[in-house]
Design a protein around this ligand. Structure first.
Ligand SMILES: [Zn+2]
Length: 346
């Protein structure tokens, strides 16, 4: 890791804002802002179980992951047409561009939507069209990662993968999301093996609320290349040693962890300790419309709470490119942009 010039604490918020970065853990359905949710409901002639935007926002208080998932799934009901999926994705991409995200690997699922009678083609085509437009109009590269819902069966995950197979050229990889506890990664061993055969990259949520054992099995049974969250890894020194040795990236989401009570306060978050241990941690927004902020908000609040420095900022941004699924030359181009910001930052 390069040593970078120190930047005074009062200049850090501006540095963090302008940092070129990749976002690797963001569920597109979790970027659906209340205002757009109401607009889509109106466009589709649907009603929401909340009187207005203010009433909906009041429901965004969660005691754990499951309480969040219940509210979140209610919000996805307004998504019906390809244009709805496009509009939601475009809104996120514009927001990400404003935060100096230069590359994003977007999570989505199809099982929620097929459960509402919306087919896989509608979902993927809407998301993909927004990603294509983002490259030309916003200068962001964007890829799509299909997440299986782990509270459902592996047979249902196979069905989702099969329905997505005609769109393989639009997909970067597969992931594993939704209720973690009681649904260990190994439940999905065969469907991940199938995805690997199809040439897809592999990631999984593990060690958010669940134990370090879930991180081990995500690596050994699913053979994932990246762990989403992974904050519980620090409870297991042998696991930390392995993650460091193999340079397995962890996509950490501090405001999500705070909102879902994984840590009681941001000051108690272990992001600083993860970096200290040599883990390839990154900062991401998870479900920004629900958790109180997009990626830059995650950076600024976490840096303030933990007293992190410009060196940490450099490392986190650099990690985000190394952890991404872009090719080596694109990685180098982004690393150069990052180094240039530090050289010219006043
Ligand atoms: Zn997530």
């Amino acid at each position: 890791m390069n040593t970078v010039k120190p930047i005074p604490a009062h200049r850090l918020p501006d540095l963090l804002k302008r940092l070129p970065k990749a976002e690797l853990h963001m569920h597109i359905e979790g970027s659906l802002e209340p205002e757009l949710m109401f607009a889509l409901a109106a466009r589709n002639g649907l009603s929401l179980p909340y009187a207005d935007v203010a009433a909906l926002k009041k429901a965004y208080v969660f005691g754990n992951l499951q309480e969040f998932l219940d509210v979140y799934h209610a919000g996805t009901q307004v998504l019906r047409t390809e244009q709805d999926f496009y509009d939601m994705t475009w809104a996120y991409l514009e927001r990400a561009a404003a935060d100096h995200v230069v590359h994003t690997e977007i999570f989505f699922d199809t099982q929620t939507h097929t459960g509402h009678g919306v087919d896989t083609d509608t979902v993927i085509n809407g998301l993909h069209r927004a990603c294509v437009d983002a490259r030309s109009q916003l200068g962001i590269s964007a890829g799509l990662i299909l997440c299986f819902l782990r509270h459902l069966s592996q047979a249902e995950a196979f069905e989702a993968l099969e329905q997505a197979t005609p769109h393989l050229d639009k997909l970067l990889g597969v992931g594993l999301a939704s209720s973690e506890l009681g649904h260990p990664p190994e439940k999905f061993t065969e469907v991940f093996a199938k995805a690997r055969q199809l040439g897809l990259r592999l990631v999984a949520h593990a060690g958010e609320e669940g134990p370090p054992a879930y991180i081990w099995s995500a690596l050994d049974a699913l053979k994932v290349e990246r762990i989403d969250h992974g904050v519980q890894a620090l409870k297991d020194p042998a696991l930390v040693a392995r993650l460091v040795r193999e340079q397995i990236p962890l996509t950490v989401c501090p405001l999500s962890n705070l909102k879902l009570c994984v840590f009681p306060t941001l000051a108690q978050h272990n992001l600083g300790a993860m970096l200290q241990a040599g883990l390839v941690a990154t900062v991401n927004s998870d479900d920004p419309a629900y958790f109180g902020g997009y990626i830059n908000e995650n950076f600024t609040q976490t840096f303030a709470a933990l007293g992190l420095s410009s060196q940490h900022a450099y490392q986190l941004a650099s990690n985000s490119f190394e952890a991404s699924f872009i090719d080596a030359s694109a990685k180098q181009a982004y690393q150069d942009r990052l180094a240039e910001l530090f050289e010219t930052f006043e």
